[in-house]
Design a protein around this ligand. Structure first.
Ligand code: PLP
Length: 437
């Protein structure tokens, strides 16, 4: 039995946790994947909800195209390219001393328009849904209107009576801040200690109020939630529990399916799809996984990547405790250069939904992130932020571990690394990541 395989048995979970306590890299396969869900409670999220989210984003497309001209190419649909990364593959092959058999793609959410990260999916969706609800209830908008009217001053004035708040490690704040300010809402972003300075500065420039905390992400969310609860006209975007955020991310599944079809990439029993996504609290990657599993079922295998210093989702799934356990409880510090992943406690909503949908998790040392970032930039000319690099070893782990378990054929496999952020990083910051100082 291979060393990796033992991670599937619950009696070995303790061994995994011991390794995690030592900040060691692990690879864990989820024994519950593809199992029947026990339906004690009504499902938190249904396929019908994703249909609705998709339709809502289409209604808003004329507005988005009007106020964010950079979305003109896609007529107001916020989407990113799927691109092959042959040079990264060569560099990683050399690094890992292993020839990757499957093809390697990057899903460039790092280059999503408006806020330059995966948060442009869920974050923007939640605020749009709020705006639609308020405007329709006030009799100012109906579902079959051309939503471009929302750009008119009378709407801005209407929304200015309401406010939006969010707690964030940075990118969710950027996404919520930018769209809320554009619509006319008052917006407050509660930023954790890990948030980069440039993200705070950019938000202030866009008209958001930025509150800074000395503590980590969980605390920023908690404080933000408490403050927002005191104001009935304030909507709090709850990254730890929001179904709307989740649905905005889940729409990515169908969009990716369409892109794969356009590229003539088959996904079926013979042509498996492997998707690797960096995970913080779990909302963004969890939503994407939910959307992908709904379409591809067992033909897609999804993995989360986390930093060795903050593997909160892995710990929550392994123990079954989800949000009831923090990485601090096993002595980890939660400090990482992957600022978007610096989260100690996972989302309860998402953890449970991942029990039957996520194939596995692995962790990455911080030391890997900058070399990976540089390899992608030097090779394929794509810049991503450190958090977005946590996945790069994933395809190699999978081919190696599955190979050891007897599955040798990967030539027809497609591996997708989900790049989650990077295009908004300012030039000087970028140069320092790239050792170009
Ligand atoms: C937010 C974020 C993630 C992870 O999303 P969660 O919803 O926190 O799990 C990954 N990478 C980047 C760059 C992010 O900003």
């Amino acid at each position: 039995m291979s060393k990796m395989e033992i991670g599937k048995k619950s009696c070995d979970n303790e061994k995994m946790i011991d390794l995690m306590k030592d900040y060691r890299e692990i690879f864990w396969l989820n024994p519950g994947v593809n199992a029947e869900e026990c339906n004690e409670t009504p499902p938190a999220v249904t396929v019908n909800d994703i249909d609705e989210a998709e339709a809502r984003l289409i209604r808003f497309a004329p507005y988005i195209a009007k106020v964010f001209p950079e979305t003109g190419k896609t007529a107001g649909i916020i989407e990113s390219p799927l691109t092959e990364v042959p040079e990264l593959k060569k560099a990683l092959n050399a690094d890992e001393k292993q020839e990757l058999a499957g093809s390697l793609y990057l899903k460039c959410d790092s280059h999503l328009p408006i806020s330059g990260s995966i948060k442009a999916r869920g974050g923007i969706y939640e605020v749009l849904k709020l705006a639609e609800k308020l405007a329709v209830e006030a009799g100012l908008l109906s579902y079959d209107d051309d939503y471009a009217v929302l750009a008119e001053d009378r709407f801005k004035e209407f929304f200015s009576k309401y406010s939006v708040a969010v707690g964030s490690t940075g990118n969710l704040g950027l996404s919520i801040g930018i769209i809320s300010a554009k619509l006319g809402f008052k917006v407050t972003v509660h930023m954790s200690a890990d948030a980069r300075e440039w993200k705070k500065a950019l938000l202030r420039e866009k008209g958001a109020i930025v509150t800074e905390y000395e503590y980590d992400y969980g605390k920023a969310v908690e404080e933000g939630r408490a403050l927002a609860a005191k104001d009935p006209k304030c909507h709090f975007v709850d990254d730890e529990a929001s179904v709307d955020l989740f649905l905005g991310y889940a729409v990515a599944g169908r969009r990716l399916a369409k892109q794969l079809k356009e590229k003539n990439i088959s996904v079926d029993n013979e042509h498996p799809l492997y998707v690797y996504i960096p995970c913080g609290v779990g909302g963004a990657p969890g939503g994407v996984v939910f959307g992908l599993k709904e379409i591809f079922g067992e033909d897609v295998q999804c993995f989360f990547a986390e930093p060795t210093h903050a593997p909160c989702m892995t710990l929550g799934l392994l123990t079954g405790l989800h949000s009831k356990i923090s990485v601090k409880d096993i002595g980890l510090d939660g400090v990482t250069a992957a600022d978007g992943l610096a989260v100690s406690r996972p989302s309860a909503l998402v953890g449970r939904l991942m029990e039957t949908r996520l194939q596995g998790c692995f962790t990455a040392d911080d030391e890997r992130l900058y070399p990976y970032l540089n390899k992608l930039y030097e090779g394929d000319g794509i810049f991503v932020e450190p958090s977005a690099c946590a996945t790069f070893r994933g395809p190699y782990l999978v081919e190696k571990v599955y190979g050891d378990m007897g599955k040798k054929e990967f030539k027809k496999a497609t591996h997708i690394l989900w790049a989650t952020g990077g295009s908004m990083v300012p030039e000087d910051e970028k140069r320092s990541y790239l050792n170009l100082r």
